[in-house]
Design a protein around this ligand. Structure first.
Ligand code: SAM
Length: 286
């Protein structure tokens, strides 16, 4: 997804998503939505949004999930699509302006002063792993949930369970120096891989009935060129590639091409993806 796993403060995260990281994410939004469709369909089914519900999409990105959820809560319901990144949210607004029950909110989900109990559902596709202080952020979000409300989000399991992202990066690091492994839980795409840690975060925030469903779906990265375009722009190798000299970069990209080329099926790079769908409740008596 991105190459910023060494950033740790809330303002660094906001800066990352509002600058280059956000621009790179937004530039790939159509392709990302297509690649994530099998995981997304499963997430949407597990969220189970119903007409009339008030739903918050956390870290909504360029809005595909928010728009699908807005359709699911109609008639009578509404979706607030929240993101910390202006550059990303602008794309969402451009894509889905005119969806009557979908509103956009530029804010940090971890600290925004939500109306207490203003939502029936908190949902997210890959938007909750970037909080600087996850227990505080989820406590803040939980206060926005009405008693009896629910939380449902998708997050990645470990990088080594996700060859769609890890395979090419490993190849690149046969040439480029491998950056130090981030400390477990460092904000980033794989920060929520450890289900025990996430269960603890959610329990500390007051959620109950926390459940983890392991969901395995192929990620179709497209042709070799499309896969290279994505994996040289985002993911663990992207930053080191940008910083490398021309010769090293060319050699690393050749190694990535070889690894991906060897894994192709019918002209496409299709590799395993491994995620959690995490669900939790805020009790009626809470
Ligand atoms: C990996 S992207 C996922 C985007 C979208 N949910 C999707 O699936 O296409 C992560 C998103 O979370 C947003 N984000 C990161 N930290 C955030 C925060 N503290 N509050 C709100 N949004 C945040 C980023 O700006 C980015 O759009």
């Amino acid at each position: 997804m991105n190459s910023h796993t060494d950033t740790t403060t809330a303002s660094e995260q906001a800066t990352f998503w509002n600058e280059d990281g956000g621009r790179r994410w937004a530039a790939h939004s159509d392709a990302t939505d297509a690649r994530l469709a099998p995981l997304s369909d499963h997430l949407l089914a597990r969220i189970g949004a119903r007409p009339g519900e008030r739903l918050l999409d956390i870290g909504c990105g360029t809005g595909a999930t928010s728009a699908a959820l807005a359709a699911a809560v109609a008639p009578g319901g509404r979706v607030t699509a929240l993101d910390v990144s202006r550059v990303i949210l602008d794309v969402a607004i451009q894509r889905y302006t005119g969806t009557p029950n979908l509103e956009f909110l530029l804010a940090d989900a971890g600290t925004h002063a939500f109306t207490p109990a203003g939502f029936d559902v908190l949902a997210s596709r890959l938007g909750v792993m970037f909080f600087h202080d996850p227990p505080a952020a989820f406590t803040n979000l939980r206060r926005a949930l009405a008693p009896g409300g629910r939380l449902c989000f998708l997050c990645w399991r470990r990088l080594d369970e996700n060859p769609w992202m890890g395979l090419a990066a490993r190849a690149a690091f046969t040439v480029l120096p491998k950056p130090p492994r981030p400390a477990p839980g460092t904000p980033g795409p794989f920060a929520f891989a450890d289900s025990e840690r996430v269960a603890d975060i959610l329990a500390r925030a007051g959620f109950v009935e926390v459940d983890f469903e392991a969901v395995d779906r192929p990620v179709d990265l497209g042709t070799l060129e499309q896969a290279m375009g994505w994996l040289t722009s985002m993911g663990p190798a992207a930053g080191p590639l940008r910083e490398a000299g021309d010769a090293d970069r060319a050699q690393a990209e050749a190694a990535m091409r070889d690894a991906l080329g060897a894994a192709m099926t019918d002209g496409r790079v299709i590799l395993a993806g491994a995620a959690w769908v995490v669900t939790a409740q805020w009790p009626l008596a809470g």
